[in-house]
Design a protein around this ligand. Structure first.
Ligand code: HEC
Length: 243
């Protein structure tokens, strides 16, 4: 049987070298995607104080923890054992009043010097924040507003270019799959739309934590569409339909 134009375009009818090229690339992208998921998990999990990745962790990442400063969280949490209740009260009151430099030397420095500075000074050799100067304390006395706008812009342009190119390459292979045209069109467009939505939602989450759910939903749609393109392409490359 002479293959018609439709059949000659199918993945399974491609020369061996071309099928191997597509397969190797799709497998590599698949592994890359698993690495990306692991990275997201490892870098975001546990920020909310609980193990595992949750929507709250994303909120901490993009929106921050605006109810207090890192130093307040520390002396109420992991560092609580190093400070007396009375001293903590003074430090928190100072933090809440905006951590002004004029009260630092007289009221705050002596409290920190009692125990904190054993560890929190450069000479201790520990990799911990330096609390031996006003500037050092100031750095953890800012209200945490999450990832900076600069870092979000940097991350977005890398993601948009990088993922855009990967999606283009996977899509160029996947367009050869034999599927109803509407389904193929949807699977090609969906990942692009979800990357755009996901990245827009990072910025929205910085403004309102509610949008963390959009980040999760868009990420899930991206993952499903990408994995579907990869699996369908691989399947049709090596398991041709019987004619
Ligand atoms: C025995 C050593 C030691 C003492 C004393 C100590 N700390 Fe720490 N502190 C650490 C270590 C180690 C870390 C890093 C732990 C981590 O990141 O989980 C840390 C982390 C911190 C952080 C950073 C938390 C963050 O958001 O990453 C702050 C702020 C802090 N300590 C404040 C204090 C204050 C204030 C005191 C005194 C009341 C104090 N520490 C006493 C060892 C100490």
């Amino acid at each position: 049987m002479i293959p018609g134009p439709e059949a000659s375009r199918s993945l399974a009818d491609r020369p061996l070298a071309e099928r191997l090229l597509y397969t190797a690339f799709l497998l590599l992208v698949g592994i890359g995607y698993l690495m990306a998921l692991s990275y997201i998990y490892l870098s975001h999990q546990g920020h909310d104080g609980r193990p595992g990745l949750s929507v709250d962790d994303l909120v901490y990442n993009y929106y921050g923890n605006r109810s207090g400063t890192r130093i307040e969280a520390a002396i109420r949490g992991p560092m609580a054992g190093y400070i007396q209740a009375e001293d903590r009260h003074h430090v928190v009151a100072w933090l809440r009043s905006g951590a002004p430099e004029r009260d630092y030397a007289a009221r705050i420095q002596p409290i920190l010097a009692k125990t904190c500075l054993q560890c929190h000074r450069p000479a201790s050799g520990l990799k911990v924040v330096d609390l031996s100067t006003y500037a050092g304390v100031r750095a953890v006395a800012e209200v945490d507003t999450g990832a900076s706008l600069l870092s979000l812009v940097r991350l977005s342009h890398i993601h948009l270019f990088g993922i855009g190119l990967v999606l283009l390459a996977v899509g160029l292979i996947f367009r050869l799959a034999q599927l109803p045209e509407w389904l193929k069109a949807a699977l090609v467009v969906l990942p692009f739309a979800s990357v755009a939505t996901d990245i827009l939602a990072w910025f929205l989450t910085k403004w309102d934590p509610f949008y963390a759910y959009t980040v999760v939903a868009a990420g899930a749609v991206l993952g499903l569409a990408l994995v579907a393109q990869i699996l369908i392409s691989l399947y049709q490359t090596w398991f041709p339909k019987r004619r």
